[in-house]
Design a protein around this ligand. Structure first.
Ligand SMILES: Cc1cc2nc3c(=O)[nH]c(=O)nc-3n(C[C@H](O)[C@H](O)[C@H](O)COP(=O)(O)OP(=O)(O)OC[C@H]3O[C@@H](n4cnc5c(N)ncnc54)[C@H](O)[C@@H]3O)c2cc1C
Length: 458
């Protein structure tokens, strides 16, 4: 059956757009999840939405499973292929189609790298509200499919909040298009929302219309040390009240993270080690930030809630603070692979959850290295746990301990990276049975033969 499907695809698209097994570039054998690479049955490289429609119509007729690949930066194994799947890569479907300054919107093909979109928005004096560490490689289609979060969620929300219109190809090849540019459009169900965060399980996104935001000037940063997560949240609310133009970034690095960054990784510490939590804060308007920070520091230093702080005096300082936060991408050079987590915890319980992690992890995994950092204001913590010795059993046990703890604090097992293949068996820690049943109904309605990203999410 798969041979027939492949032959039909080759006949329709031409051999140049199809790489059969044995000729699939190694890059397409995996994503960034760390899963063992697997060569798919074939790689298809369409250049138009019509070609994607043709491929899916053929696969639908033959019940041939497919996996959609964007920039392959996903961390949950969603784009990681299995040996029986045809991988459909969007890498040749790249380009900005329109920037509309009146509507403040940008429309692009789904395979366009995020960085290209950010640069195009900036050249028209706008900001693309989506930003994440993988910006150079990830695609806007992948960002929408995963409802990506990132560094600016506090101000602009998750990707979902910036998507105004979509074009999607359904499992049977039907093209559904609504490249809406209007803020208000309540004409019936907003079906586009279904596909945002669906991780390629409901359809292939081919075009995206984004709402852009006004360019921000003079962004200033500060690094602040506090004594507890509770104090960090008080500081967040104080700054939000005090800053005239609001906050842009409020990133947290707990002490275990800061110590590794400034010792093992050798980054010069802007503030001395030993505090419980370090916050990277950014806001537009230097004066606003400096004044508010001074006011807050005065009050909070007096009450003992803020321990220390330094405001970036230059772009170089700002980059230095970010080097600390992004140092986690250097871990692979210094540590063996660990288990990475992307959890959400309700802010009112976060202090207790961190305390529980601090007591449970060393007890359960003596000698393990672990760090916590992330987008605190969005209730999102990233956690890396590196045990002394990694075995499949240790890996599962670390997952169990962290996800059980997350569930017990009413948190989410995926704040932003998605479920993919890696977290599928833990989905019930964060979703109730009726929710899972509704998800299954949606999946079987839109993809009755379960051919799109089979074995991911649900
Ligand atoms: C260094 C680094 C930093 C990161 N930082 C963040 C962060 O701050 N916040 C965050 O949320 N994520 C982050 N990520 C994870 C990742 O970058 C995001 O999930 C990103 O949105 C994935 O985009 P992609 O194009 O690489 O998708 P892929 O990895 O190719 O695919 C991801 C999923 O989306 C599906 N998919 C891809 N394209 C389409 C499409 N056109 N239509 C339908 N389905 C599709 C795939 O099948 C898969 O299930 C980071 C990853 C790295 C490596």
């Amino acid at each position: 059956m798969s041979v027939l499907a492949l032959k039909e695809i080759q006949d329709s698209l031409g051999a140049a757009k199809v790489r059969p097994k044995g000729h699939v570039p190694v890059r397409n054998w995996t994503d960034s999840s760390g899963k063992e690479p697997v060569e798919p049955l074939a790689l298809v490289l369409p250049t138009t939405v019509e070609e994607i429609s043709t491929i899916l119509a053929i696969c639908h007729r033959h019940a041939q499973p497919v996996v959609t690949q964007g920039g392959l930066t996903g961390l949950a194994g969603g784009a990681h292929p299995s040996g029986g799947e045809i991988a459909i890569s969007l890498e040749r479907m790249s380009g900005i189609e329109e920037i509309d300054p009146s509507s403040a919107t940008l429309t692009a093909l789904a395979g366009t790298p995020l960085q290209v979109i950010q640069d195009a928005a900036a050249s028209a004096s706008f900001i693309c509200p989506i930003d994440l560490g993988a910006r150079g490689s990830c695609t806007i289609g992948g960002n929408v499919a995963t409802n990506a979060g990132g560094n600016q969620v506090l101000r602009y929300g998750m990707t979902r909040k910036s998507v105004l219109g979509l074009e999607v190809v359904l499992a049977d090849g039907t093209v559904v298009r609504n490249l809406n540019k209007m803020i208000k459009n309540n004409a019936g169900y907003d079906w586009t929302q279904l596909f945002i965060g669906s991780e390629g399980t409901l359809g292939i996104i081919t075009r995206v219309t984004l709402a852009l935001q006004p360019m921000l000037h003079d962004i200033r940063g500060a690094l602040i040390a506090v004594d507890s997560t509770t104090d960090a949240i008080s500081l967040l609310r104080s700054l939000q009240r005090a800053l005239p133009a609001g906050l842009l970034v409020f990133e947290a690095m707990w002490r275990e993270f800061y110590e590794i960054a400034t010792t093992t990784l050798g980054i010069e510490p802007p503030l001395e080690c030993g505090h419980d939590l370090y916050l990277l804060v950014e806001a537009p308007s230097a004066a606003g930030l400096e004044n508010a920070l001074e006011d807050c520091l005065a009050t909070l230093l007096e009450s003992g809630s803020v321990r220390d702080g330094v405001v970036a005096k230059s772009e170089a300082d700002r980059r230095r603070f970010w080097a600390l936060r992004e140092s986690v991408y250097e871990y692979h050079r210094h540590f063996p692979p660990g288990v990475g987590f992307d959890i959400s915890l309700p802010l009112d319980l976060m202090n207790d959850a961190i305390a529980a992690l601090r007591s449970q992890l060393p007890r359960a995994f003596p000698g393990a290295v672990w760090v916590a950092f992330g987008h605190l204001a969005d209730s999102n913590i990233h956690l890396d746990v590196i045990p002394r010795e990694m075995t499949p059993e240790t890996y599962s046990e670390i997952e169990r301990v962290v996800y059980d703890l997350t569930g017990s604090f009413k948190g989410s097992i995926s704040a932003e990276h998605g479920i993919g293949q890696l977290k599928r068996r833990y989905l019930d820690r964060s979703r109730a049975a009726p929710e899972l049943a509704l998800m299954k109904t949606l999946k079987s309605t839109l993809d009755p033969s379960n051919m799109l990203n089979r074995g991911r999410v649900i």
